[in-house]
Design a binder for this molecule. Sequence first.
Ligand code: CIR
Length: 271
Amino acid sequence: MLPDLSGPALPAAVLVRGVASTMQRCLREGPHEALPIDVDRARDQHAGYVRAVRSLGIEVHELPADDACPDCCFIEDTAVVLGKAAVITRPGAASRRPEVVPVARVLERWCEIHRMQEPATLDGGDVLCAGRTLFVGISARTNSQGAEFLARIAEMEGTQTVTIPVEGALHLKSLCTLAGPRLLLHTRVLDPAPFLARGLGCRIVPDPQGANVLTLGQTVLVSASHPATSDMISRGLGLGTLAVDVSEFHKADGALTCLSIRIPAAGCWCA
Ligand code: CIR
């Protein structure tokens, strides 16, 4: 079934995963790499994120953290849900591969499962679904075999795939996300040409690290660390925003989308 692009794009449910007590040992290479991570604060912020999602009337399923997986709260990277299909990824970082096991077990309840195999690698942070087009970043974490695997499943769901080379950022969605099925918010360093070519409107966000927002229905969740971006979205674009403090996750190269997997309602698009 092709997704309905006129609807409110509210996911049927969202999966999140708790913060490991070992989170200080997570993978990091971004601008905040040297800053210590406060795990208790990260847990409070995670609870705030869950509250914000629930406040929109969305059902949230929380998987417990695993201390053997310091990055486990970044659940987005472990699976991509497309219509009735869920692709269980093979994350680009070997240390993150065990994270997929409990995620697959939960998604099995709702979706038809497709497991990515070696040598394919893909992180969900590299996948941006804009209505009937899937943009997949080819990055240090996602290779062309991973993108091809996903493209085959997407095609069965009526969605075409376009690959985008990602440089100077961890994932494609570190550089751009959607404020609606046809509106891309991106940083200055991303070339919008492939998105414009497929009919998307493109707007630059003022904060260099501010492009990762999470659109849920009519509301755009924005990091409280990026007030100028929030202002641009609310005043400039006239969209409803909700500021969420995710500063501890920024220190680990994460932001808003990475903390959840969105399960679209039947026949609907969601970010
Ligand atoms: C990592 O390097 O894999 C984690 N520390 C951060 C992952 C963020 N994921 C995402 O934005 N989708």
